[in-house]
Design a protein around this ligand. Structure first.
Ligand code: PLP
Length: 400
């Protein structure tokens, strides 16, 4: 008989993927569904990136790479951190992984023991808590407030730290709230961490390039240089260059941590796919105009979605400064009933009813650790978004 490990029994499939699958199934049964549940740019990977991968394959670059990545890509990563973030890392202090997801997994597996604690501000990206659980450590979820722009405050951080705390995971711009920490905000958190020298910071900067004015991007190791010796700065090509399927993420940090992460990776996956590393190399060193094009398109879409959602009676949707998600509240609809007689008591009921009776797939806030909100991804065309907003508006107006 099949028996799951204790570690596995603590984790669940990502709600984001589960809902996207449900939307696909409903579509397969002939229902007309618009999916705004996935965290994936709808643009295509830039042509010069595709060409670089094809050329690498044609050259015969099809074999194993060094575990932490090909030297050319590690150099390009060190150069990227210098150019865009003012951070000095030697290429040896960088690592290339199979997606941003593996950067986090490597770091957590390399450092956590059962019982250790990891502070995860909510709302959080779904994999943080699950990956922490896989190691036997404990995710300590710290809620943030809409009034604070969904940002972790120094006081809340201080209150969450114990002698078991090993990591604070920061994600700016945030999936799912779109919140962005300013350099000043980061320094406020660093002031607290100065008193707790065993706590390291994992800075997930995956959405760095998707910021729409207002607060400029900042990252902990640069905003608070005293934290650089205990910060892992991670990033990737998935969101910035529309390369989710190429599976390349990367990070830079203290040498001992990077070496430990490479040790983990060496036993799990070895070096990331070689042609994909060349594609990432082309993305980081080639023309950067695709980033600005994507950003302009995303900004128009964000404004459309925020404006349409706020026009729906009862709905409140803050304007997030970054990423490609909005995180409105569905509190006004709790306690109401759908035309088919379904009672809406939670944000999960709300998104399920919206999917099955309204034809739009979104993800409930509870999946990201914060209710009563839901996440709408605006990585879809303006035409699709307009139609989805019409549907959400119509659905909300039928609730009694
Ligand atoms: N970090 C955040 C905040 C994300 O939203 C994602 C992807 O959804 C990742 C990391 C993982 O990125 P990758 O697809 O490169 O593994």
């Amino acid at each position: 008989q099949f028996r799951k490990s204790t570690a596995l029994s603590r984790i669940q499939p990502a709600a984001t993927i589960a809902i996207t699958q449900k939307a696909r199934d409903l579509r397969g049964q002939g229902h007309d569904i618009i999916s705004l549940s996935i965290g994936e740019p709808d643009f295509d990977t830039p042509d010069h990136v595709k060409t670089a991968a094809a050329e690498a394959v044609a050259r015969g670059e099809t074999k194993y790479t060094p575990i932490p990545g090909i030297p050319q890509l590690r150099e390009a990563i060190a150069e990227k951190f210098k150019r865009e973030n003012g951070l000095d890392y030697a290429p040896s202090q960088t690592i290339v992984c199979t997606g941003g997801k593996q950067v986090i997994a490597n770091a957590l597996l390399a450092t956590l023991n059962p019982g250790d604690e990891v502070i995860v501000p909510a709302p959080y990206w779904v994999s943080y808590t699950q990956q922490v659980e896989m190691t036997g450590a404990v995710p300590v979820v710290v809620p943030t407030r809409e009034e604070d722009g969904f940002l972790l405050t120094p006081a809340a951080l201080e209150a969450a730290i114990t002698e078991k705390t090993r990591w604070l995971i920061l994600n700016s711009p945030s999936n799912p709230s779109g919140a962005v920490y300013s350099a000043e905000d980061l320094r406020g958190l660093a002031d607290v961490l100065e008193r707790h020298t065993d706590v390291w910071v994992l800075s997930d900067d995956m959405y760095e390039h998707l910021i729409y004015g207002g607060v400029p991007f900042a990252t902990m190791a640069a905003a608070a240089p005293a934290m650089k010796d205990r910060t892992l700065t991670m990033n990737g090509v998935s969101k910035a260059y529309a390369m989710t399927g190429w599976r390349i993420g990367y990070a830079a940090g203290p040498q001992a941590l990077i070496d430990a992460m490479a040790l983990v990776q060496g036993q799990l996956t070895s070096g990331a796919a070689r042609p994909c590393q060349w594609a990432a190399h082309a993305a980081l060193t080639g023309p950067q105009d695709a980033i600005a094009r994507q950003r302009d398109a995303f900004k128009r879409r964000r404004d459309l979605v925020v404006q349409r959602l706020n026009a729906i009676p009862g709905m409140t949707c803050p304007t997030p400064p970054g990423a490609f998600y909005v995180f409105p509240s569905c509190e006004a609809y709790l306690g109401k009933t759908t035309p088919k007689g379904r009672k809406i008591d939670t944000d999960e009921n709300f998104v399920m009813a919206l999917l099955e009776e309204g034809g739009v797939a979104c993800v409930h806030g509870a999946a990201f650790g914060q209710s009563p909100y839901f996440r709408v991804s605006y990585a879809a065309s303006e035409a699709e978004l307009t139609q989805a907003m019409d549907r959400i508006e119509a659905f909300c107006s039928t609730l009694t």
